[in-house]
Write a protein that binds this ligand. Structure first.
Ligand code: PAF
Length: 335
């Protein structure tokens, strides 16, 4: 059995007599470096720590997982290509940053495509989610093992108060390099600034950008409240950070260890959803306690603009993309 390696240990006694013992110390035959772009103390870390615990338990230590938060093994913009090349084993990539490599995932980034978390989970856990996982592998050779928790990206602005869509005029908002998100901000009347995540905190501090949006806990863990006065709740983009694993890593695993890794990812996904799924309101409160002004603008204009963006991409991309839009709309919050 691969997970019960017999390790010879040479021990010198005080009498300098060499003795050779056999011991059943489990030594990992395979190591996964699991990376992500933001700090450990986020929902990313919740997933990763649980996944590590479960993989190491289910493989009795034969597969070891090393956690690499805060961009230690590269940023999200480069991660997908590195997974394709097999130079990275595993990475949690926000769906916003996957689209240059697999554009169909953009369907989940369309503004106001989800009626709420239940709607999103029906998609992730149903036929549509299974189709997406299969297509990601067929088209890119990368394994998508889980969708993970659904939440929203909240907007922050350095100075400007946003009460309705008219306040967005000319706002320089950082967006990931994602065509759907860029177009959405244009439709909102803003000036989108596509930018890698690694440049964003400095751009916010130096005033190169006036605004941006991120998962609420990323705003907190990055201390953006020190530079951005306003927290704007629009629920415009749903957010999910799927877990991707390279084929090179998966092909190094035995059949039992493959099953263990897949099972650990599915269970860590459920664990993370239950633990952090309800935390968004609490995190928003913490940001207010840190001094941010929270606003709930009139969403009418944003929702209308969101539907225009949905229609635009559905028509422009056609095929599988527009079919996915139809299927997601048909599922709805109540199934
Ligand atoms: O905004 C992004 O690029 C992503 O949401 C981030 C912050 C890298 C986390 O996944």
């Amino acid at each position: 059995m691969r997970n019960e390696k017999v390790v010879p240990v040479i021990v010198k006694t005080s009498l300098s007599v060499a003795a050779i013992f056999s011991t059943n110390l489990a030594v990992a035959s395979t190591t996964m470096n699991l990376g992500w772009a933001v700090p450990l103390d986020t929902q990313y870390g919740v997933f990763a720590e649980k996944f590590k615990e479960l993989v190491e338990e289910y493989t009795a230590g034969d597969v070891e997982v090393k956690l690499r938060p805060s961009g230690q093994i590269g940023g999200e913009d480069e991660a997908f290509s590195a997974l394709q090349l097999g130079t990275i084993d595993g990475y949690l990539i926000s769906l916003a940053n996957v689209s240059p490599h697999f554009p169909e995932l953009d369907v989940l980034a369309l503004p106001y495509i989800f009626e709420g978390p239940e709607h999103a989970y029906r998609i992730f856990d149903g036929d549509i989610g299974d189709d997406m996982k299969d297509w990601v592998y067929e088209d890119t050779g990368v394994h998508m093992l889980s969708f993970n928790v659904f939440s929203y990206r909240d907007m922050y602005t350095t100075d400007r108060e946003i009460h309705g869509i008219e306040d967005m005029e000319g706002l320089k908002a950082r967006v990931p390099k994602n065509e759907v998100m860029i177009e959405a901000y244009r439709e909102f009347g803003a000036e989108p600034v596509p930018m890698a995540w690694s440049e964003t905190p400095t751009a916010l501090q130096t005033g190169t950008i006036d605004a941006g949006d991120n998962g609420t806990e990323v705003i907190l863990s990055m201390k953006f409240y020190e530079f951005a006065k306003n927290l704007v709740i629009l629920n415009h983009f749903g957010s999910s950070v799927p877990f991707f694993v390279s084929d090179r890593f998966m092909s190094r695993l035995s059949e039992e260890n493959t099953d263990a890794v897949i099972r650990a990812a599915e269970e860590a996904e459920q664990y993370q959803r239950e633990l952090v799924g309800m935390e968004i309101e609490e995190t928003r409160k913490q940001l207010v306690d840190k001094g941010m002004e929270i606003s709930y603008p009139d969403k009418t204009g944003f929702v209308e603009a969101g539907y225009r963006v949905q229609q635009h991409f559905s028509e422009e991309r056609g095929g599988r993309f527009s079919n996915l839009v139809e299927r997601i709309r048909a599922v709805g919050e109540d199934g």
